[in-house]
Design a protein around this ligand. Structure first.
Ligand SMILES: Nc1ncnc2c1ncn2[C@@H]1O[C@H](COP(=O)(O)OP(=O)(O)OP(=O)(O)O)[C@@H](O)[C@H]1O
Length: 993
């Protein structure tokens, strides 16, 4: 390894360097020449010196081949021609950079008395020595880098005289002691340390201190130094850019002017001088021993530094953490041959000394609470730089150069900032964290867009469904109108045609282009929704993976980052990103809520449309009632035991309220059965629109129309699933229909297409004529095969009203009481509660209490198998008409044929003959079934056509659907209901109310 190394790479373990040993041979003095001394020391080249033995006798033949001339090799050798500058440049100058960077260094002058040690180290005013030159260059170097770094320089100057330490800058302090701190560094306790960076001041201090140094003239040197002088310069360096972690580099430079070894015989010292010489020689002997021990390669000799204060003070310089330069001095005179030889021998050994040099780094970490002070320091630094720039600008420097310099400075600051604040591990971890979070944010943003798009798709789908529903509504309305016209026509021709002609078929209506377009759009939207759903699933999975990755990275923080502050910074970074993610999620939820609200507003708008339609229907039905039904006073006069349809709707609703006329029940009422329906009625009364039910309720009875489905779906916060194609059905409000109590009416009601989904709430009011048979036979299309329903016999009093809804058995029982039904005794009497009953049965029971599931083996006691003979002909004609009409109507329900409730002609009721008051024949039609979602519409009382009236009695108020369902789109195109499907019409059964 070349010496001196110009640069020292940072190595935590330090690097092993050999000591540098230089030899300076001073000029021969006048005194030596006067003594007749000859030159025996010669510099051969830059490194080699030859020392000749002045005692060699050329006439001694025996010793002719034993020359005492000896050559010595050093790192660098100087002779009398060498200047102070040359010595300094070759030995000490290279140490300055290391000291500033935090390395220790020692330069000491060694040699016999009067050989020029003090001259080399201190020099003269005209030829300053190493002290001044080193300090000059040191301060110059500090100034050069002061823009980036800030320094603290302190200096102390002491002497070891007679094994005592004395402060040369403040001799009044007396003798000082050596101390070793906790890090093993030798310190002089209480020594004066002067902080200055002014070289001139330093020089003055040194001169002043040197005057305090013990110097006495001896025979060998008129200005002999009787002590070892030690100049210590400490340099602390730190970056001007403050950071959480601040590194401080501290280097120490020892410059030692040793006292010269001397021989008492030569110096002729006596007394104090001899005593001084003894101390000097003892300390130098200790130094020599240390050098011997340190230079003995491969041995593990104990190095005794404690023999003298000099070796203790130079402990690090000799064998520790210091770059060491020894400048050996000799006299060229033959008179000093022995001293020169010994010096060269020791100096040669010193070359073998190796020291392990390492940088002195002090890490100063700042707590986050100190950030404000750091920021203040940075601001002051910025201010300082600005002032400097202004000063330079004032000197007339070109602006471009200033900007370039400033830019470089800023870049340097950034590099320093980045290098000090973020070690490689932290930077890598931070990049990984930021990358994971960034990707997570991107995925979440994409998810948000997907959800928004899905919402738009659902809203568009609902809009198209509304278009289709509107068309089907119109279609149904026209179908009803057409049927009404057909019926009127058939009445007018009834007498003449008798056996009738085949029924005409309703002409098909052409679907408008906007409806076809809506269907196509819905199909496309369904496809898009499916695609969006798949993309969303993939993104959610990716998001989960990224979140797990972020968590794993966060968990590795304690292992990978040692500094608590850095961990804290990274944790804060994680927290910031988590908050960003939460913010994104909140935005996503807000958008979804907005979408749901928009969708709900759309549903409300549909409901409003629906309600206005209901109002129209109600008005139409009222017109019918006013024209055909018995006077309202009659119904009211029936007493408090029947539900009453208010003739005029309440102010807050266009729907007429149905109330229970009186709270008292008949003595045979089942209180338990009354309990629930009372609540139901109350709830119904309290709301402008009946409350929406659940899906289970919806499927309990019938599957509803699309409007009912829409009404229901609007009650849930999330948009409804897309329903397409034939799934959308539409009821038709019979605005202009005239449904009466004739069997045709009942057929019309039965022919109301029932969609397969949704909620069906039915309200029917059956106002029976006294002792008028009221067979209410209804079959649900969806359950026709397994649940034909019939009404068990019950006794109906005049004016009895039947009110039905989908509210379960309780309400049916209430209605049972309202109808004042008398249950037959025996096995057919229903038990309460009825947990095993199906929803259909419950519904029918609600429609007409006493209904129960029809069994072929159990026709029920109320079943009338024989019709009144007097009405047979009329019944036959009516059956034909029904058959004809049934072919013209269509059913809904995805191809499922609807079993129509069959009504029977009002023949002579057994009750009329008084044989069985519990078997009242009922000629009025079955209750209408309306699919209005949760909107329950009352059925108006309508007047029976004359042909259906039973004699002179009052026309029976019938249960008439105010909102008969129209055919669905599929129903409009679907199979027609054959007349043979009216199986119940063929069996001729009559169920007694
Ligand atoms: N290289 C040199 N060139 C010119 N003069 C020199 C040189 N070296 C020494 N001298 C002169 O030699 C004399 C003795 O030198 P100096 O005092 O430095 O010796 P020293 O080794 O310090 O002695 P001591 O050990 O007794 O203090 C001084 O007068 C000094 O000026």
């Amino acid at each position: 390894m070349p010496w001196p190394p110009t640069t020292l790479d940072f190595q935590p373990q330090g690097c092993v360097l050999p000591s540098q040993v230089a030899l300076r041979v001073r000029p021969i003095s006048v005194a030596e020449l006067e003594e007749g001394a000859t030159l025996i020391a010669h510099k051969v080249d830059e490194q080699m010196v030859v020392l000749m033995d002045p005692m060699e006798d050329p006439d001694d033949i025996l010793r002719a081949h034993r020359s005492r001339e000896k050559s010595y090799l050093f790192d660098v050798a100087f002779d009398f021609t060498a200047t102070q500058e040359m010595v300094y440049q070759a030995t000490t100058k290279s140490l300055i950079e290391g000291v500033i960077s935090g390395y220790n260094a020692t330069v000491f002058a060694y040699g016999p008395t009067g050989c020029g040690k003090t001259y080399t180290m201190l020099g003269t005013d005209h030829e300053p020595g190493i002290y001044v030159r080193t300090l000059n260059d040191l301060f110059h170097a500090i100034e050069e880098t002061s823009n980036d770094m800030e320094y603290e320089v302190s200096m102390s100057y002491l002497e070891i005289y007679n094994e005592m330490i004395r402060d040369l800058l403040n001799p009044a302090l007396g003798y000082l002691e050596l101390r070793e701190d906790s890090k093993g560094v030798i310190q002089v306790a209480g020594i004066t340390e002067v902080s200055t960076i002014n070289a001139k001041e330093i020089m003055q201090l040194l001169v002043k201190g040197n005057r305090q140094r013990t110097q006495e003239p001896t025979a060998a040197n008129r200005t002999s130094s009787r002590s070892h002088a030690v100049l210590q310069v400490a340099v602390r360096q730190r970056s001007r850019v403050k950071n959480v972690l601040q590194e401080v580099r501290q280097g120490r430079l020892f410059m030692v002017d040793l006292a010269g070894s001397e021989r008492a015989s030569q110096t002729q010292n006596r007394g104090q001088r001899m005593k001084e010489g003894a101390h000097i020689n003892r300390s130098l002997l200790a130094l020599g021993n240390c050098i011997n021990a340190l230079s003995d390669r491969g041995s593990s000799k104990y190095v005794n530094y404690r023999d003298s204060k000099l070796t203790r003070l130079l402990k690090d310089s000799l064998g520790g953490n210091s770059r060491t330069v020894m400048i050996a001095h000799i006299s060229p005179a033959s008179s000093a041959f022995e001293e020169s030889r010994n010096t060269l021998t020791y100096a040669g050994r010193a070359k073998n000394i190796k020291t392990r040099v390492k940088q002195n780094l002090l890490s100063v970490s700042y707590h986050i609470a100190q950030y404000t002070s750091i920021i203040a320091d940075l601001r002051s630094e910025i201010q300082r730089l600005k002032c400097k720039i202004d000063q330079q600008a004032g000197r007339g420097q070109p602006r471009g150069r200033l900007e370039q310099a400033d830019l470089r400075h800023v870049q340097a600051e950034v590099q320093v900032h980045g290098g000090q604040g973020e070690p490689a591990e932290m930077g890598q971890l931070r990049e990984q964290l930021v990358s994971a979070f960034q990707e997570q944010m991107d995925v979440r943003r994409h998810l948000l867009e997907l959800e928004n798009r899905a919402m738009e798709v659902q809203i568009d789908t609902s809009r198209h469904l509304l278009t289709i529903a509107g068309w089907e509504h119109e279609q149904s309305r026209r179908a009803l109108k057409w049927r009404e016209e057909q019926r009127k026509e058939s009445y007018s021709k009834e007498g003449s045609e008798k056996d009738s002609d085949p029924g005409e078929e309703q002409p098909d209506l052409l679907e408008p282009p906007e409806v076809a377009s809506a269907r196509e759009s819905i199909a496309a939207l369904v496809g898009e929704q499916k695609k969006l759903r798949e993309q969303k699933l993939a993104l959610e999975q990716r998001c989960r993976e990224l979140r797990a990755r972020g968590r794993r990275l966060e968990e590795t923080l304690p292992r990978r980052i040692g500094s608590e502050e850095q961990r804290e910074v990274l944790s804060l970074l994680c927290r910031v990103h988590e908050l960003e993610v939460e913010n994104t999620e909140m935005q996503s939820r807000a958008l979804l809520r907005d979408g749901a609200l928009r969708h709900r507003r759309e549903a409300v708008r549909r409901l409003e449309q629906h309600r206005s339609l209901c109002d129209e229907i109600i008005q139409g039905q009222r017109q019918i009632i006013d024209g055909r039904a018995p006077p309202r006073g009659r119904a009211r006069a029936e007493g408090p035991r029947h539900p009453i349809i208010h003739p005029s709707p309440p102010q807050d609703s266009s729907l007429p309220k149905i109330t229970l006329a009186g709270a008292t029940l008949t003595p045979d009422s089942d209180p338990e059965s009354v309990k629930v329906p009372s609540c139901e009625f109350r709830r119904w009364q309290d709301s402008t629109l009946p409350p929406l039910g659940t899906d289970s309720e919806a499927h309990r009875v019938f599957k509803a129309s699309p409007r009912a489905w829409q009404a229901k779906s609007s009650s849930v916060p999330t948009p409804p699933p897309i329903q397409i194609g034939g799934l959308v059905t539409q009821e038709s409000p019979p605005q202009d229909s005239r449904i009466d109590s004739s069997p045709e009416s009942s057929e019309n009601l039965a022919e109301i297409p029932l969609s397969h989904r949704g909620v069906c709430v039915c309200v029917c009011v059956c106002v029976h004529a006294p002792t008028h048979p009221c067979p209410l036979l209804l079959r649900c299309s969806h359950h026709a095969a397994q649940s034909p329903l019939r009404s068990p016999p019950c006794q109906t009093q005049p004016g009895t009203g039947c009110y039905s809804s989908t509210r379960g058995p309780g309400i049916s029982r209430l209605l049972q009481h309202r109808c004042n039904h008398t249950w037959p005794s025996g096995p057919h009497r229903p038990t309460s509660p009825l947990p095993q009953e199906s929803s259909e049965q419950l519904w029918v029971e609600a429609v007409c209490p006493g209904y129960r599931r029809l069994s072929s083996h159990d026709p029920g006691p109320g079943c009338v198998t024989e019709e009144s003979p007097g009405k047979k002909r009329e019944q036959s004609l009516e059956a034909k008409r029904r058959k004809r009409r049934s072919r013209s109507f269509e059913v809904t329900g995805q191809g499922t044929q609807l079993s129509h409730p069959k009504t029977h002609p009002p023949g002579p009721h057994p009750a009329e003959s008084g044989s069985d008051h519990r078997v009242p024949g009922c000629g009025h039609p079955a209750p209408g079934v309306r699919h209005l979602g949760k909107v329950s519409l009352p059925l108006a009382k309508v007047r029976l056509p004359p042909s259906q009236n039973t004699g002179p009695r009052e026309p029976s108020p019938l249960a008439v659907p105010l909102h008969p369902a129209g055919g669905s789109r599929r129903a409009a195109r679907g199979p027609r209901l054959p007349a043979s499907t009216n199986t119940q019409g063929k069996d001729g059964r009559l169920w007694h109310n």
